[in-house]
Design a protein around this ligand. Sequence first.
Ligand code: HSE
Length: 409
Amino acid sequence: MKKFAVLGYGTVGSGVVELFYKNREKIEQKAGCPMEVGYILDLRDFPDSPYADKFTKSMDSILADPEVSVVAECMGGVEPAFTYLMQCLGKGISVATSNKELIARKGAQLLAEAKAHSCNCFFEASVGGAIPIIRPLHRCLAANDITAVYGILNGTTNFILDKMLSDDMSFEAALALAQELGYAEREPSADVDGHDACRKICIISSLVFGKHVYPESVKTVGIREVSLADAAAADALDGAVKLIASVRRLEDGRILPMVQPMFVPHDNMLSRVDGVFNAVMVCGDGIDRAVFCGRGAGKLPTASAVMGDVIEAAKHQCTVFSQDWVDSGEQDFVADADALCCGLMIRIANGDAAALAAAVGDRCEASAVVDGGAACYTTCLNAVEQQDLLAELNNAGLQVVSALPVLDA
Ligand code: HSE
């Protein structure tokens, strides 16, 4: 019998309990042993819950029970989650967490503690909700030299951008709807300002490139400045605006993690990922590209990933070494954002598409007439070339109202 505890009975924690009892027979068959929820830790009372006898307010009672071999952490936030998980790992109790803030800030320490005590810290649910991406990255794709990962890693912003385009909704109305449907975080800034996606790309970057990448090192731009006109221009240019979290390895060996709204042409699969769905594109020398797609948020989708980790933890008696990175400092490892070479989607408020295409010249990939002006997107340019182009357009009397980077993957 493997007894596990669930920390936090919010959306995800209650989903973990619900999914376990719904599919218990299948889960036990996959785990290869009988399983039981031993405890649910929450400061609130749930007297009417069918699991009322499992609730505790005491982490110590969980730590003191020698039968607890796995803990699922679904509380969110760095503390007290970090302290609790370090206590579990210190006793050789494996943990499964959906907490991206915790892993983005403290992943290296948690992994080191797990290694020191021959257990595991699993975090599949922290990136992409239901999408299996952490385990594929360090296991199924382990034979590859992975050079870049591009993702739509925040369901709320993808939903908002989609609504702006498909239903002509303002940013504010789409955000209100996302909150009403329960997609947005309690504090919408984490979603709309890109911090949530930033934490997720930090986790992916650390896992793929082996050194802890902290959120402060990642240029992060949210979607507040994306207008309906930008979304319409992207549509006219046969693409879409998406909040893209990306990391790529540069030729000099440094890595460039970023979060920003980008124009994604429709020949890239990420452009068609709509609504609350997330997707991750992995580029490697063996696979070329592989795309993973699924529900990035929500109760049961996230619980599915947590429970998958609980099953893995129940099966593994020792540390999984492929899922590891070190905290060896970021100096000379993370490049500045201006190292990015990419095209620009440019929207002007005066002039026509022909005038814009002529001014951009052979750097123009495509141009289109849009409401109140014109838009185009360019070939790949470095930071200096981008500034030169914008200056040239200005000198030509064309009034640039927005310039979004282009995803070329
Ligand atoms: N608020 C997050 C999102 C939830 O919208 O993707 C999952 O991390």
